[in-house]
Design a protein around this ligand. Structure first.
Ligand code: SIN
Ligand code: FE2
Length: 206
């Protein structure tokens, strides 16, 4: 579906931003980094219900969720180690598409098995919303849904394929969004299937 530009000011969709070879290189880099900072299964605040996605982070800060709440922290929750640095190719992406003078501090890495999804939410745990959220999709295609700044606003959906980049800036920065489902087997990029999503974020005011 074609996303209505006026509907979400500041929303950018860049299909095929990364070509196949760049995607492969990025996956190789991520495989190495995920050995240092293994994927973990976050749980919902209070209820402790596990997320269907597994996650890890790169950068000075990483987003975590546990029974105590959502927050950014410098260390991996199980190893206690600092998160690995954000690879150069992702810093360059941020510089090229983010339109933000300050550097990203966090890169959330979400792994979706073909059965995983992510409910509609706003990215609002950051201390500033002046920086964008820049997202990269790798592997299986996902059905992404985006609405407005109120949960009750109308939504639109679009398919995110491997190599696609999305930017949530301006008004779209605080729009509700989520992943309805992953189309298992739609990509051969990841040898065990599924989807990786990387979101680059700035946490601190600048
Ligand atoms: C997210 O909202 O953190 C992830 C979005 C996506 O997987 O494309
Ligand atoms: Fe999000």
């Amino acid at each position: 579906m074609h996303l209505n530009e006026e509907f979400t000011e500041g929303f950018k969709f860049m299909p095929g931003y990364f070509g196949r070879q760049e995607q492969k290189e990025l996956v190789e880099t991520l495989r190495y980094l995920v050995k240092e900072a293994p994927l973990f299964t976050p749980v919902m605040p209070r209820t402790g219900k596990p997320f269907s996605v597994r996650m890890t982070n790169l950068g000075d800060l990483g987003w975590v969720s546990d029974r105590n709440g959502y927050r950014y922290q410098p260390q991996h929750p199980t190893s206690g180690e600092n998160w690995p640095a954000i690879p150069k190719v992702l810093i360059e992406l941020w510089e090229q598409v983010g339109g933000c003078p300050a550097s990203p501090e966090a890169c959330l890495v979400n792994y979706y098995a073909p059965t995983a999804k992510m409910g509609m939410h706003q990215d609002k745990d950051e201390e500033t919303f002046d920086a964008p959220v820049v997202s990269v999709s790798l592997g299986d295609t996902a059905l992404f849904r985006i609405g407005g700044v109120e949960r009750s606003d109308a939504t639109q959906s679009l398919k995110l394929n491997s190599g696609d980049v999305v930017v949530l800036a301006g008004e779209s920065r605080l729009c509700y969004h989520g992943i309805d489902r992953v189309l298992g087997g739609s990509s051969s990029l990841l040898k065990d299937g599924g989807r990786l999503n990387l979101t680059l974020r700035r946490v601190s005011p600048f």
